[in-house]
Design a protein around this ligand. Structure first.
Ligand code: HEM
Length: 338
């Protein structure tokens, strides 16, 4: 049997331990980096600087081809989303592209991504979908993104110091996931034969009112078309547009738009990470996109494909990278129209 004084001492020790624990749990995490978070304008400036500030060009994915296409929903679309952009047929203005703010980047550049942007739906239920040929982004937050862009930017002597990016990669291994994904594959040989991903986790509400996270994946019905190193050497810098025009001359180029379904416990905030076994996940067909013909490039250039423009039934992803995108695209539009 403990005495009153022993019990009082034990209570004091327990109370002081609890106070210390509470202080640890409630105190803000001390970050080494006290610099303010980059703004969307900082990122646009960094993208433009990296590309050498070409005038009247998009800050990223500056090279591209505008196309007319048509979307037909699959019977299964409503299982995933009630969005009329996905459950109803529509004519779709779309744009294939190559990453970099340099509008003359070579299509044979293995480090450049392929992009696909869509204005789905009709005016009253428009959703813009922006996709690239990698399932992850090259940064999990804006600070890391700015550091990555700066590490890949030539110095005042016009030269790139490879050691700077090597050091960045060693300190930020997850920021290399995208480069590893692309580097492990052959060069895409055609916009028509490329897989594209929407990268972020989007909350989708179906026609029963149930909400879950999905990731968008676009699959070419022609299968994957790639070039080996020898073939790439014989292809001109601008082969992608000519390849597309040639394929369209013999009929539409088709893609399936799929939703990859979440599972309990999936993280939805880190754009450098895929979901576990993502390639083996259950997918649901949302619809088929048929590219019909090339459109004058001006038809895609007067406005942005706005990642945050989503009709009811698909919500905004919650991660920090996504939140910066729409303002960055608007800033880039302002710069390129001036
Ligand atoms: C914070 C992260 C990002 C920033 C700051 C950013 C910035 C930009 C900017 C400024 C443009 C040019 C917009 C214009 O002038 O119209 C652009 C285009 C584009 N971005 Fe991003 N981006 C980000 C993340 C992503 C991600 C994760 C994807 C892939 C899903 C992506 C795919 C695209 C595509 C496909 C285009 C071309 C749009 C078009 O065809 O007009 N971006 N990006």
């Amino acid at each position: 049997m403990k005495s009153v004084s022993q019990r009082t001492a034990m209570f004091r020790r327990t109370a002081s331990f609890c106070a210390v624990l509470a202080a640890i749990v409630s105190s803000p995490v001390q970050s080494q980096d006290t610099s303010p978070k980059p703004s969307p304008a900082d990122l646009v400036d960094a993208l433009k600087t990296m590309a050498g500030n070409p005038p009247h060009a998009r800050a990223n994915f500056a090279k591209g081809a505008c196309v007319r296409s048509h979307y037909v929903p699959a019977a299964t679309a409503g299982r995933v989303t009630r969005s009329k952009s996905f459950t109803q047929a529509s004519d779709v203005l779309a744009r294939f592209s190559v990453s970099s703010g340099n509008p003359h980047v070579a299509d044979t550049n293995k480090g450049a991504l392929r992009g696909l942007s869509l204005h789905l739906g009709t005016e009253s239920n428009r959703s813009d979908l922006l996709l690239e040929n990698a399932p992850v982004h090259f940064a999990r937050d804006l600070t890391q993104m700015l550091a990555s862009l700066k590490a890949r930017t030539a110095g005042p002597d016009g030269k790139l110091d490879p050691q700077v990016f090597k050091d960045f990669g060693a300190a930020n291994p997850e920021a290399l996931n995208q480069a590893h994904f692309v580097g492990a594959r052959q060069l895409p040989g055609s916009w028509a034969g490329t897989f594209y991903w929407g990268v972020h986790a989007f909350p989708a509400t179906n026609n029963k009112g149930e909400t879950r996270f999905i990731k968008f994946k676009v699959v070419p019905l022609a299968g994957e078309i790639t070039l080996n190193e020898e073939e790439a050497k014989t292809h001109p810098n601008d082969f992608l547009r000519a390849d597309l025009a040639q394929r369209l001359s013999s009929g539409p180029v088709r893609f399936e738009i799929l939703a990859i379904l979440d599972q309990p416990g999936d993280q939805v905030m880190d754009t450098t990470q895929r979901w576990t076994d993502e390639d083996k996940r259950e997918t649901v067909r949302l619809g088929t996109l048929s590219i019909i013909d090339l459109a004058p490039d001006g038809s895609c250039d007067g406005d942005i494909f706005n990642p945050a423009r989503l009709a009811d039934g698909i919500g905004l992803p919650k991660d920090e990278i996504f939140a910066a995108r729409a303002p960055a695209y608007a800033i880039s539009l302002g710069k390129r129209l001036n």
